[in-house]
Design a protein around this ligand. Sequence first.
Ligand code: IYR
Length: 221
Amino acid sequence: MSESTFVPYQRETYSGDEILQRSKRYFEWLDTRRSLRMFSDRPVPRVVIENILKAASTAPSGAHKQPWTFCVIGDPALKAKIREAAEEEEYKSYNGRMSEEWLKDLEPFETNWQKPFLEVAPWLIIVFKKIYDLEEGQKQTNYYVSESVGIATGFLLTAIHHAGLVALTHTPSPMNFLSKLLQRPENERPFLLIPVGYPPEDAAVPPLNRKTLEEISVFFE
Ligand code: IYR
């Protein structure tokens, strides 16, 4: 057996009232996050988005392969193209592809096929998952790709919230037009489209309730 190459890991830990307060305050702060479908056009510096991406990329991933690419769109002409292509798909979805049940479930969100936020938000982050890696043309296996990219997207959304910005986890469906428009390689698949920006002055959200702890958990002590 070879010697372990592990390096020491040390971090601050908490107990007593401090661990209680930290966990409670973090929940209360995270509970203020909401998905927004409207944005201010107020600019957000590129470096802020870069920091948010670095935060997202600290997520755990299968065999630490970090199987993600974040495409970041600030160019108005490209945003317009993405909006046009997304609306074309969404129009078809809302007018025939989505079931009655699905449309009914979406009523509280007041969504429709129109996606003006794709042009208004200063940045669009398009998350791609790498179903395998390509190194010098050689296929390399990635593991638990959807789980990994899902977790990274969670980190991304939390980082956006922490910066005081808002986002939407948008899923124009199908999303393959994004691979074409952004000329992504064959090993990448679009995962989510996330507009990011400041909320507008008159921001509004549907009055949602979150499930209770009892509804979401089962303890075996
Ligand atoms: N992709 C469509 C429909 C949609 C689907 C779900 I599930 C939502 O939670 C919200 C919207 C759209 O973005 O409008």
